[in-house]
Design a protein around this ligand. Structure first.
Ligand code: NAD
Length: 439
């Protein structure tokens, strides 16, 4: 099939590459000309495990093109995916301006006799399909169907999620569009995972409800973690006991320093705004967001308390910058909150992240130091802070760490280490929802 993907960010690039991988011809469009240039020259613009060799192969086999020329893509493609930003607006609602402006521009390029399917992959609030239809319809002269196809991929495992989705959700009232989408997704669902067809509105709500449910679980466990800390329980033991109930399940029950990323924070706020608009207040989500706000700021007061309220002149090693492991995405990363709060108080930070250093530099420049190896960041530091649970941090050489750190102190926002192990290695160790260990 001939496809266009408009917007070549985390979702659009992965979608474009994976659709090409199943034999489709794909043109990816972006307004960011430097991005298009880098991609056209074979340079990936994001870090995502497994993406590089698929990207290389499909470019070499000429199934994958990058351009800033929207007309070229629309003339070429029968199915057009919108993978555009839907950032948070001022009142928390999703800002649809990217999606609607692009829809108008696409509409202008749809000529008499054309049949196109425009598919919203961006996360968009309920009712957006109608707005997209209207924007396209202002100028389109041919026939257009609008499909809502929310994307559930997770950064860090996005390629795997895209190639083997647990479900594909399609919102449409057009049988013709449904058939095309079915054929397109068939190769990704060979294991028998469902292709769910519903109306546009239900598909739009499905995406927000899924993200909101996951965010609720995280905030709930963080609230339980706070209780554990104050009453002497251990949230990781509680998590095991709770998660073994098959009605609950083990996943998304980890306490930590809050969720970040480009989706949960804005999608929770957007669903709260949608609830307000439709007179159905989303009270659980309001609490979810408030808990997360506090949780992202939780580690700093603990650090201050440990250092007697003053961290000026202190040096911290920071392991992990990205909002979660296996991505270079820094959007809403808890590490940024920690960096801001500590540097404002006169501390210096030397950070290490396997992939997100460049992305961090683009946001905060040289306000902190960056090291090339995780152990190098520890040299002369008054303490180590862990903000992201990259696998390479899980089994470090504690003996060596004790030698290079000025003080054997760890503030762990991701509960990477066993308390017994910390006692054994004589570290002072603060984690989330577990008793502190004092060296
Ligand atoms: P992104 O910011 O990484 O990418 C968006 C891209 O669109 C950018 O490259 C930008 O330059 C480009 N763009 C902006 N306006 C354009 C225009 N008029 N024409 C062409 N390109 C244009 O965003 P993302 O993370 O890929 O997210 C895209 C959408 O998918 C959002 O709605 C998001 O909520 C949703 N989503 C994201 C994820 C995720 O994990 N990132 C997962 C599921 C859904």
């Amino acid at each position: 099939m001939k496809l266009a993907v408009i917007g070549t960010g985390y979702v659009g690039l992965v979608a474009g590459v994976c659709f090409a991988e199943s034999g489709n011809d794909v043109i990816c469009v972006d307004v960011d000309t430097s991005k298009v240039e880098r991609l056209s020259q074979g340079e990936l613009t994001i870090y995502e495990p497994g993406l590089d060799h698929l990207f290389k192969r499909n470019r070499e086999e000429e199934r994958l093109l990058f351009t800033s020329d929207l007309a070229q893509a629309i003339n070429f493609a029968e199915i057009i995916f919108l993978a555009l930003p839907t950032p948070q607006g001022e009142g928390g609602e999703a800002d649809l301006s990217y999606v609607l402006k692009a829809s108008e521009a696409i509409g202008k390029l749809i000529t008499k006799g054309d049949y196109k399917v425009v598919v919203t992959k961006s996360t968009v609030p309920v009712g957006t399909a109608d707005k997209v239809r209207e924007a396209l319809g202002k100028y389109a002269q041919g026939e257009v169907d609008v499909v809502s196809n929310p994307e559930f991929l997770r950064e860090g495992v996005a390629v795997d999620d895209f190639l083997r989705p647990e479900r594909v959700v399609i919102g449409t009232d057009s049988e013709r569009a449904e058939r095309l989408m079915h054929d397109l997704y068939h190769p990704f669902l060979l294991s028998g995972n469902p292709f769910l067809v519903m109306d546009n509105r239900s598909a739009e709500v499905t995406k927000y409800a899924a993200n909101a449910m996951l965010a609720i679980r995280i905030s709930f466990m963080n609230d339980v973690a706070n209780l554990c800390e104050n009453c002497g329980a251990d949230v990781d033991k509680v998590r095991l006991g709770v998660g073994l109930d098959s009605r609950i399940g083990k996943r998304f029950l980890f306490a930590g320093i809050g969720y970040g990323g480009s989706c949960f924070p804005k999608d929770v706020q957007a669903l709260v705004a949608t609830g307000r608009e439709h007179n159905a207040p989303q009270r659980l989500l309001e609490a979810t967001e408030a808990i997360n706000y506090d949780q992202k700021r939780k580690i700093v007061p603990r650090i201050l308390e440990h250092f007697g309220g003053d961290v000026s002149g202190k040096r911290f090693a920071l392991w992990g910058l990205s909002f979660k492991p296996n991505t270079d995405d820094m959007r809403e990363a808890p590490s940024l909150t920690i960096i801001k709060e500590l540097t404002e108080r006169g501390a210096t930070i030397c950070a290490y992240d396997p992939e997100a250093t460049n992305a961090t530099k683009r946001i905060i420049g040289d306000t902190i130091e960056y090291s090339k190896r995780h152990y190098d960041a520890l040299e002369g530091a008054d303490a180590l802070i862990i903000a992201t649970e990259w696998n390479k941090f899980r089994e470090p050489d504690f003996g060596f760490m004790r030698e290079v750190l000025k003080n054997p102190v760890i503030f762990d926002g991701r509960n990477l280490y066993e308390l017994d192990s910390m006692r054994h290695h004589k570290f002072t160790y603060y984690s989330i929802g577990r008793p502190a260990v004092k060296a």
